[in-house]
Design a protein around this ligand. Structure first.
Ligand SMILES: Nc1ncnc2c1ncn2[C@@H]1O[C@H](COP(=O)(O)OP(=O)(O)O)[C@@H](O)[C@H]1O
Ligand SMILES: [Mg+2]
Length: 278
């Protein structure tokens, strides 16, 4: 599609799912609500009136090309960045209730947040203190987190010797150490080998089975298809379509092509165009 045509000419995708989305049981029972979220960097609007809700126990996918605004959204929900507009609630609390929210949320950031000179255990112990895990529980929590990500026997090694996949898994362990009700994972599989990727998917599925609510950002269509109950496709700071995979595949993006998308990948390209990104 021609990028100049603007978002106003893509009503089909949004209209087709908005109604269904509002009425799903998952949304009535939402743990996370986001309404009209906006963030500007200078003249650039990185997040432009984004709204969605995440049901308890759901894996919600935020799918979009580079620069779509996924990380900015995650960073606002993590309280790292103040929004310019909009409202967010997590279990009924606004982000301004930062001490309460801090204990409800976990973040696995896109950029690895690890101290390379420290061992895996030392990294986790540092985080445990930061997240107020009681002293008596710290050692057990660290062991449990390492176990969950398949690093139980590597805890005493400095992180700088770890492979990319091991670092990604440790990054994930940091996010789940304090057992958050809501976990955000920002492109957690970038640069990892297939074994680590499968392990990460297993961990995510286990977390969902134990009641954790998840926000998962990715630009890999097949990851969103495989993991996520509902998916929002984001581009240029806006959500251009949202719904379950089935709902998305039922869309006909009439402005662009007259046929149903064959898969999420085709829909993604139909909605976001072929322009190369950052
Ligand atoms: N700290 C920042 N300062 C200025 N611009 C930023 C900053 N963070 C992100 N951006 C811009 O905001 C837009 C969205 O970025 P981002 O949220 O990282 O997208 P995504 O995670 O979907 O790739 C991009 O154009 C990016 O260059
Ligand atoms: Mg990002």
């Amino acid at each position: 599609m021609a990028r100049g045509s603007g978002h106003g000419e893509m009503p089909t995708a949004q209209a087709a799912t908005a109604g269904a989305w509002e009425t799903t049981a998952a949304v009535r029972n939402a743990l996370v609500t986001v309404r009209g979220l906006t963030k500007r960097f200078g003249k650039r609007t990185a997040v432009d009136g984004v709204s969605f809700a995440i049901g308890r126990g759901e894996i919600f996918g935020l799918l979009g090309p580079n620069g779509a605004g996924k990380s900015t959204t995650v960073n606002i929900l993590s309280t790292y960045l103040p929004p310019d507009g909009g409202e967010v609630t997590i279990a009924g609390h606004t982000l301004r209730e930062s001490m309460t929210v801090k204990h409800l949320i976990g973040v696995v950031p896109q950029e690895l947040a690890l101290y390379e000179d420290l061992t895996a255990c030392e990294n986790l112990e540092f985080f445990a203190r930061l997240y107020d895990v009681p002293r008596a529980e710290r050692a057990a929590r660290v062991r449990d987190a390492l176990e969950r990500v398949g690093l139980a026997d590597r805890g005493r090694e400095p992180v700088k010797g770890f492979s990319g996949g091991m670092k990604r898994r440790l990054n994930l362990a940091m996010g789940i150490l304090h057992r958050p009700a809501f976990l955000m994972l920002d492109e957690p599989t970038v640069g990892v080998d297939p074994q680590s990727r499968e392990k990460i998917f297993d961990i995510i599925t286990d977390l969902q089975n134990s009641g954790t609510t998840l926000l998962y950002t990715t630009h890999y269509m097949e990851e969103a298809e495989r993991l996520c109950g509902r998916i929002a496709i984001m581009d240029d700071g806006r959500i251009v379509a949202s719904g379950t995979l089935e709902e998305l595949l039922r869309l006909r993006v009439e402005e662009i092509v007259a046929e149903r998308p064959r898969g999420l990948e085709q829909l993604f390209i139909q909605l976001t165009g072929k322009r190369l990104r950052d």
